[in-house]
Design a protein around this ligand. Structure first.
Ligand code: CTP
Ligand code: CA
Length: 225
């Protein structure tokens, strides 16, 4: 018999979510960032909230914080890491939706750099991998979801990230033709140790976030029963 599928609850679960771009400053007026807005992470925060989870959102970028979600605003990758580390022990799971800048300028100039001042090349250093660090520090009862946007071999790359960062699932977006960033409808394919799952979407970001939450709640339920 077919009917409306049962809506799964995550009542009382504590979920830590990273979202948005990070910003890495060069001087008081210049910054390195990316085109992520944080919209998907905000929709995920809402979707987890709506099934009863206690959400803590660590948010970069300019979008307003969602109602009913404890939100901490951060700027750099280092700040995002510190905010997450302070909250990780009290969380049941992590959803890493942030578009973290992989590099930052080696030096932060205290004053605005003038045209004639410096070398013409920018020296960059790696930022911390927040997802990898939290995953490495996790307890057996904690779960970790990552995201990936890939322009080629998206399933293989997602599988590689799953193993490398020790994740429960990677939700991968195929960005070949400019979808994902600001697009109306998106598709995410969950990849777990069992391989790729049927894609979620194409759906608008709010609906897609609900689909991700239901997919994961279903897996958690199966895992815990
Ligand atoms: N991530 C993170 N901290 C970083 C970089 C990435 O927490 N410094 C998280 C993202 O939030 C995402 C996942 O790791 O959930 C994958 O991000 P992605 O940029 O696809 O992977 P990278 O490991 O940075 O590899 P690359 O950019 O080279 O593909
Ligand atoms: Ca990256």
């Amino acid at each position: 018999m077919h009917g409306t599928p049962k809506l799964r609850s995550l009542r009382g679960r504590r979920v830590l979510i990273t979202s948005g771009p990070t910003r890495e400053d060069l001087d008081p007026v210049r910054t390195l960032t990316n085109r992520s807005t944080g919209a998907m992470g905000i929709e995920l925060a809402r979707a987890f909230r709506d099934v009863g989870a206690q959400v803590q959102l660590v948010l970069g970028g300019d979008l307003p914080a969602p109602w009913g979600v404890e939100t901490l605003r951060v700027r750099s990758a280092q700040q995002m890491l510190e905010a997450c580390e302070a909250r990780w022990a009290d969380s049941d799971g992590l959803v890493a939706a942030a578009a973290v800048a992989d590099q930052r300028p080696e030096a932060l100039a205290p004053e605005k750099v003038k045209k004639g001042d410096g070398p013409e090349t920018l020296v960059l250093v790696r930022t911390p991998d927040i997802l990898a660090r939290l995953s490495a520090a996790r307890r057996a009862d904690q779960w970790v979801l990552g995201f990936a946007a890939e322009s080629e071999k998206h399933l293989e790359q997602a599988a590689a990230k799953l193993v490398k960062k020790g994740l429960d699932a990677v939700l991968v977006n195929d960005v070949q033709d400019g979808r994902a960033f600001g697009a109306q409808a998106n598709t995410l394919t969950p990849v777990t140790a069992q391989g790729p799952h049927p894609p979620l979407g194409p759906l608008a970001k709010d609906q897609l976030a609900r689909a991700v939450v239901q997919w994961w709640a279903h897996r958690l339920e199966a895992r815990e029963s």
